[in-house]
Structure formats: C-alpha cells, structure tokens
Design a protein. Structure first.
Length: 178
C-alpha cells in the first residue's frame, strides 16, 4: 500500500520559521495538500491545534484525530494554557483485522495518543539536529501504526525536514519495528 506522512509548517508560520531554508517556497496550500493526501491508501498529517477545525473541514468524514501529548514542551511567556499537544489527522490504510491477517507478528493495538517529548529537550539533541519540528523515532512508529502500515508498504515523507521520519521508516521496514 502507499502511505504518506505530512508535517508541513503550521498554517501562517512558513515564512517566520523556514524562509532561510533552501527548500522554502512560501506558505503551504493546505487545500491542495489534503487533496494529495487523500490519494494515498493511508496517511497522517501533523498540525497545530489552532488549525485543526479548518483542516478537518477539508478532510473526508472517515478521518480520525490522534494526539501527540508533550510532557515537556517549550513554554512561551504569556501563553496559557500552554500548547502541550499536537493533533495528527489520519486515515488508516487497513482495519486492525486486515493488518493482523497481513502481518500476524505486528503490533496488537495502537492508541490514538502518544506521550513523548519534543526533539531538542537536551543540548545533545540540539547538537545532532536543530531542525524545527524534528520527530523522534518513536513518534514515527506511532504514526505508521495509525496509518495501519506493514513492512511491505511504501511511505512518502512529504516534508522530510531532518529526514528523521524517513530514516525511522527504513529501520522499521528492515526490522519490523525499532
């Protein structure tokens, strides 16, 4: 099956955070993005809580929303409550029963939430990569599970940024997990 993960800049934030990046081409057309995502068998879209309502209006009724809960998040002065979770809109490529038939040794279940720190909480992580929004390997595996992935699937990482999601996917495919 063909899967796609998209982690675009938040709506209205592309120029602010990425204008100096070599791949910068302006704001993302989220209407076109959602149309493209729906052409895949399964997909996941990371987004900001403030854009969730708008994005859901663009999506088919069959999507679900999962939550990435961030126990340690970067707090902004004067912003309360703090943004300590990120929505992930997803469409699974298979039902759990289909997945178990095709991959009997795969995961037995997947939660619609994950509790995981953001990348860059430690100085060592910031030395490895300072790409904003970099995802941890555990996040990538969770997103694959949301999409109903099995190791024979193909994944397009639409906004590769640091390459962390693609790297985690290659390891996951090779070893059937991380």
């Amino acid at each position: 099956m063909r899967l796609c993960y998209a982690d675009p800049p938040y709506i209205g934030q592309s120029k602010k955070h990425y204008s100096g990046h070599v791949d910068y081409v302006g704001e993302v057309d989220h209407v076109q993005l959602v149309k493209t995502l729906t052409s895949y068998d399964g997909w996941a879209l990371s987004c900001h809580v403030n854009s969730l309502g708008y994005l859901l209006c663009l999506c088919p009724d069959t999507v679900r929303v999962a939550a990435w809960v961030k126990p340690f998040a970067f707090f902004k002065k004067g912003v309360s409550p703090s943004y300590c979770w990120e929505p992930v809109i997803f469409q699974s490529a298979r039902t759990d029963n289909q997945r178990r038939k095709e991959w009997p040794d795969g995961p037995k279940f997947c939660r619609d939430w994950i509790s995981l720190n953001v990348w860059g909480c430690t100085p060592a992580e910031r030395i490895i990569s300072d790409v904003k929004g970099r995802k941890r390997p555990e996040f990538s595996v969770w997103a694959l599970n949301l999409m109903g992935a099995i190791p024979t699937d193909d994944l397009v990482d639409m906004f590769p940024g640091s390459g962390a999601v693609s790297s985690a996917f290659r390891k996951w495919k090779k070893y059937g997990g991380l």
